[in-house]
Design a protein around this ligand. Structure first.
Ligand code: GLA
Length: 515
């Protein structure tokens, strides 16, 4: 027998039938039906989103936009705002400088005419930044080498207009293709004719609560044949800081074939060298720049070069085998290394209209909607960076809804920063479990076959006891399950739930501030 959240008994079959019917309506809906949108519309009352922790280095500019939904206009207030910080009460953007290391707990309040939501945000001033996986957009899989400043700005405008910024999407990252053909006589790197004013773009984004990322390579040229930072690391780090860049993707590319291979030294020190060189130059700047390194061989030493993200896979494609390879395929080798401040990067989210980078031809995604649910759910479970790789100006309602589910994003942004572990694997399904800060667990039940199937998970197999099961995509409590849970899952689809064990529930009570 199951017992619902009010402690009343329920017939077990009725829960199962309900869950099964919901699954049928959604996961089996396929890529073309509008009823495959699972994310409920945002509530009209204010809700604050995003991680409950944020890292900044002492003395560096602090920049944080409170992400919140609710009927506008929203009013923002912060109690315990530390000296040195200012809040813009209309935009929710907090800026300033905190010179001394330490933890600062602020109490954030967001209100409108209908209600108010409040929660704590801890600022950790110290040497660690990027304490939860970065969330943003990257130009590569949308525009490839034909990226322009106007296209980037148009995407950022969509992130604002369609509410993504208010769900915590923060970075707008220009990938390869922005660099001028030649440095100045003084060796300064400039944007090309498609990027006439990168500093202006950074200012425009910052005024809207968005951060800017750029791309370079430790080699003489980038993977796309543009100028890299080789022997210009100091100048480039300074240029990026002067522009107001917040994120650098640093991609091995020609350093491998022009420098590394020719030197013939395969030691760890030789691999680390180019990334350490740029790290040291960035450390001289008085600005936090998230350091995203890309060499597919960086896991053992990514922490030693001060990386915040480390690519662990080749380029992703919008095909199910690529999701299997980049996401499901790497746990045993790599995921042990993930921790707050250092995130394994399984590459961009191939959702929505994408081009696959080198193709430079934006088209409909080859992944079914079911597969996109699995893709997004898995990246959230893995605590992987969430970097959107599509042309958001063409995004349909499905894509926006996929990227706007706060219950799902919350498990990615959990402050514990633990990646999920695969606890069950058969030929036809996999179950992944992620431990969360409040003692609850997120569980992804993935159907790996191309036919729908009912999957039963015994809690004992996951080493957990029963509790309230919440369907995260539908944002709905399904009731209490004592020993097992059965769900009907569509082809290559997922059922993503969060389990609140009885003890955790008692501790949490009805506290709506848990997020
Ligand atoms: C490599 C990276 C891609 C992209 C391109 C740009 O292929 O893996 O993500 O940055 O370079 O040239």
């Amino acid at each position: 027998m199951n017992i619902n959240s009010n402690g009343k008994s329920r017939m077990k079959p009725s829960i199962h039938v309900l869950a099964w019917l919901l699954s049928l309506l959604t996961c089996m809906a396929g890529p073309t039906k509008s009823d495959s949108i699972l994310t409920p519309a945002p509530e009209v009352v204010p809700r604050i989103h995003g991680a409950n922790v944020f890292g900044v280095r002492p003395g560096h500019p602090f920049f944080y936009k409170i992400a919140a939904t609710g009927t506008p206009p929203l009013r923002y207030q912060v109690l315990n705002l530390p000296d040195g910080l200012q809040l813009d009460r209309k935009t929710g953007i907090i800026t300033g400088i905190l010179p001394r290391p330490g933890n600062y707990v602020m109490h954030v309040q967001v209100s409108n005419t209908i209600g108010k939501h409040e929660c704590n945000l801890t600022i950790k001033v110290g040497n660690s930044i990027c304490l939860t996986p970065p969330m943003g957009w990257n130009s590569w899989n949308a525009f490839g080498l034909s990226v322009t400043q106007d296209k980037v700005k148009a995407v950022a405008q969509v992130m604002i207009d369609r509410g993504l910024v208010e769900h915590g999407w923060t970075y707008v990252n220009i990938d390869d293709g922005w660099e001028a053909g030649q440095r100045t006589a003084q060796g300064i790197l400039l944007g090309n004719e498609n990027f006439p004013d990168i500093k202006g773009l950074a200012d425009w984004l910052h005024a809207r609560g968005i951060k800017l990322g750029v791309y370079s390579s430790p080699g003489p040229t980038t993977c796309g044949g543009h100028l890299g930072s080789y022997q210009h690391e100091a100048q480039d780090a300074e240029t990026f800081a002067t522009w107001g860049v917040d994120f650098l993707k640093y991609d091995l590319c020609s350093y491998k074939w022009d420098i590394f291979d020719k030197a013939g030294d395969n030691s760890e020190a030789a691999w680390m060298k180019p990334f350490l060189t740029m790290r040291r130059e960035m450390d001289k700047q008085s600005r936090d720049i998230v350091y995203s390194i890309c060499s597919y061989n960086t896991i053992p030493w990514a922490g030693k070069v001060g990386a915040n993200l480390t690519r662990i896979t080749g380029d992703i494609r919008d095909e199910w085998p690529a999701i299997v390879n980049n996401g499901f395929g790497v746990i045993d080798q790599y995921w042990y290394n993930n921790r707050p401040g250092l995130w394994n990067d399984a590459d961009m989210l191939v959702v929505g209209n994408t081009s696959g980078g080198w193709e430079n031809n934006v088209r409909t995604n080859k992944l079914t909607r079911d597969e996109q649910y699995s893709h997004f759910s898995l990246w959230c479970l893995l605590s992987a960076p969430l970097i959107i790789g599509c042309d958001l100006t063409m995004a349909d309602d499905f894509t926006i809804a996929l990227l706007s589910n706060d219950d799902v994003i919350e498990i990615n942004q959990d402050a514990l920063g633990k990646p999920a572990r695969r606890v069950l694997k058969t030929d036809s399904y996999q179950v992944w479990v992620k431990s969360l800060e409040d003692g609850t667990r997120a569980v992804g039940i993935f159907n790996m076959q191309s036919e729908p199937q009912a999957i039963t998970v015994k809690w004992s197999d996951l080493n957990i006891r029963g509790g309230i099961v919440r369907d995260l995509w539908r944002q709905k409590d399904l009731g209490r399950y004592e020993s097992e849970f059965t769900t009907q899952v569509g082809p290559h689809c997922v059922t993503l739930v969060r389990i609140k064990p009885t003890e955790a529930l008692r501790a949490l009570g009805n506290d709506t501030q848990t997020r």
